[in-house]
Design a protein around this ligand. Structure first.
Ligand code: IMP
Ligand code: MG
Length: 183
């Protein structure tokens, strides 16, 4: 393990999951999705902003070509989830109706964001909705949630890198870092 510590704004972060480990797990997830969705022509819905790097690497590893759409939902300010959902970018309803949808998310904490997204897609006529999340924090779940595809289940830590930010900083880091002192 490389001994790496970085500073973002007022916080210090230390290496948590290295790029190579992330890459290997993404290949496994891509193989699983390629098997499960063979011949189904699913559409991918990427949850911005945090999901952009994960989605890019995962989509390139699939063995099928598909439609990809983006949504933007905000529910988070600084280190704590606000629990309020605000849809800033949505998909036209006609793209959703009758389709098998795979939602790509960076991290699930309380699950409020992804539950809202999943509910909205179902309400708009999706045939099926499954969630793929690079990271989950199961001890923080506040919803009755089934996340079928999980990269890594982690404990209740604040993490950055590989798409995830601390007040918009750190998204382009190759590895995932955990906060050293959250106070
Ligand atoms: P939830 O609605 O509580 O599940 O929050 C999910 C959203 O909060 C994610 O999509 C992230 O944008 C953000 N989030 C949750 N935990 C972290 C973290 O450890 N680092 C950075 N962002 C996080
Ligand atoms: Mg997110």
């Amino acid at each position: 393990m490389v001994d790496k510590t970085i500073n973002l704004l007022d916080k210090k972060f230390t290496i948590f999951i290295e790029k190579k480990t992330i890459e290997n797990r993404i290949h496994e997830l891509a193989n699983q999705l390629s098997d499960d969705y063979k011949g189904k022509n699913p559409i991918f819905v990427v949850v911005l902003t945090g999901g952009f790097i994960f989605a890019s690497d995962l989509l390139k590893s699939l063995d099928f070509i598909s439609e990809v759409y983006f949504i933007k939902v905000s529910s988070y300010a600084g280190l704590a989830s606000t629990g309020k959902l605000n849809f800033e970018l949505e998909i036209p309803k006609d793209k959703i109706v009758g389709r098998d949808i795979i939602v790509l998310e960076d991290i699930i904490e309380t699950g409020l964001t992804i539950s809202g997204v999943s509910q909205s897609l179902k309400t708009n006529g999706a045939k099926s909705v499954e969630i793929v999340s690079l990271l989950t924090k199961p001890s923080c779940f506040k919803c009755d949630l089934t996340v079928k595809y999980v990269g890594f289940a982690i404990s209740d830590l604040f993490v950055v890198g590989y798409g995830l930010d601390y007040n918009q900083y750190g998204r382009q880091l190759n590895d995932i870092y955990q906060i050293v002192d959250a106070s």
